[in-house]
Design a protein around this ligand. Structure first.
Ligand code: TYD
Length: 226
């Protein structure tokens, strides 16, 4: 059985940069490394991701949203993650079940026990051996994400539905709501980490990319050698 590492954190925390750096951790002929992500790593998953990201679907309910994330996950596990683990690969996954607990649980307020039951059902209880949590002040994260995507995670945000984003006042209300949401998500991630300290390594995302990559690589090497 291989090893399973997930990367978690709010938007703008640098997960994709870290993901690429970790892919270089070992020569591929010594260790197969499978780098993957949720949502959208399979063909069906890409259709689910399109549904989730489509601004036409802003009226999606939190329950529908969480069912779609878990549908993507079930397919992803079956097609990509489990086969790779069975080949003894190191699987590095950008977002996994802790994103659901943080975003849909702490962020959207869905009941945590039911989310855990749903995650267990979708994954057969498969948890990562290691979770690398990129921790960042949500203000900083949102500034970075907004630069990148203009509307940040607004596509997932109930806040976006309630605002006409064309006026300055509406935009700052939207930003405030986004910030509240991401603060809950960030605090949620930290709570999940402190409840499960053996699985989580918290990385300060304001570190430069090289330092972060070194800390993450060390954590993965410790896991590989354990
Ligand atoms: P994506 O464009 O992949 O953003 P990022 O680069 O930040 O991962 O979009 C993923 C979005 O989906 C992100 O806003 C987090 C959200 N998400 C959930 O709300 N729940 C989940 O279970 C997962 C996997 C993602």
């Amino acid at each position: 059985m291989g090893l399973f590492v997930s990367i978690e954190g709010i938007e703008g925390s640098g997960k994709s940069t870290l993901r690429s750096k970790l892919a270089e951790i070992a020569p591929r002929d010594e260790l197969e490394i499978v780098v993957t992500r949720e949502p959208g790593a399979t063909q069906l998953g890409r259709s689910i991701r399109t549904l989730l990201l489509d601004p036409e679907n802003l009226d999606i309910t939190p329950l529908t949203e969480v069912l779609l994330f878990n549908a993507d996950r079930a397919q992803h596990l079956q097609e990509v993650v489990r086969p790779a683990l069975e080949r003894d690969a190191l699987v590095i996954c950008d977002r996994y079940v802790h994103s659901t607990l943080a975003y849909q649980g702490y962020g959207r307020g869905l009941p945590m026990d039911q989310l855990k039951t749903l995650s267990d059902f979708a994954t057969g209880g498969l948890l990562p051996d290691l979770v690398l949590l990129l921790d960042l002040d949500p203000k900083e994260g949102l500034a970075r994400a907004m630069q990148r995507k203009v509307r940040s995670s607004g596509v997932y945000s109930l806040a976006a539905q309630q605002n006409d984003l064309n006026s300055d006042q509406a935009w700052s209300k939207f930003e405030e709501q986004e910030l509240d949401f991401h603060t809950r998500v960030r605090d949620g991630f930290l709570e999940l980490a402190s409840a499960d300290p053996d699985r989580f390594v918290i990385l300060p995302a304001q570190d430069d990319a090289e330092t972060l990559a070194k800390k993450a690589t060390d954590a993965v090497r410790r896991l590989l050698n354990s």
